[in-house]
Design a binder for this molecule. Sequence first.
Ligand code: NDP
Length: 248
Amino acid sequence: MQNRLKDRIALVTGASSGIGEATALELARQGARVAIAARRRDRLDALAKELTALGAEPLVLVADLADEVDAQRIVHETEQRFGRLDILVNNAGVMYLEPIAEADLGRWRHMLELNVLGLIASTQAALAGMRARRDGHIVNISSTAGRIANPNAGGYSATKFGVVAFSESLRREVYKDNIRVSVIEPGAVATELREHIGHAATKDALNAWADSMRQLQSQDIAEVIAFCVGRPAHVNINEVLMRPTDQE
Ligand code: NDP
């Protein structure tokens, strides 16, 4: 178990907090070497110390992944450092919730650029190397909001439905190259994600809803991701929809 991912090279985006941070640590515990990307260098540096202690030889990549140049650069820098990239976890994301009529389109554009286009750009950059080696696994983080569209979540759900659609199209384009694609769709997870909601009433309502239940923890998602990428090469877990037991 401990060495299931020995000799695997992983890149986790949005690794400075929440699900990404827990995923980087879990992959490292299972033997992977890990590159970590996000904007906050101090958080990445702190995580890198923990990863070093686990023997993961971390590569810190400070990047704004809403910028497609950065989203591609982190893949190429990982390949340069480790010689290849085996596992790409496209996790970085923001959730701006507000009624459509009041939506700040500048913020929604940014959300689309990060949650969808950044993910696509990193994926595109990873494909050449994975195809050449006929080996690779791309894990995209969507959400229950990528399966069910709620009021005040029009922009966010558009990005997360987009991630589900992109992942399925990608899987069908690359499965013959022995590249696996998994999309993970968590319900409420206790992270910093909700802190950035600008619309006060929506933020309060969502926080009250989340506080009413035993939320998923980042580690719960990290273990599922590690399980998916740790399967034998002939097994591709395409999609995982997971909610807190208490979530309807
Ligand atoms: P966090 O806010 O804790 O993590 C988000 C991560 O994305 C951070 O590491 C952040 O780092 C990074 N990020 C944000 N903007 C950028 C950017 N422009 N460039 C690079 N990195 C960026 O929330 P979660 O861990 O919850 O979110 C991770 C993913 O899980 C997201 O895609 C989210 O949509 C999804 N998700 C979360 C759920 C939840 O209930 N929490 C449920 C379902 C899905 P930094 O700010 O340092 O750049």
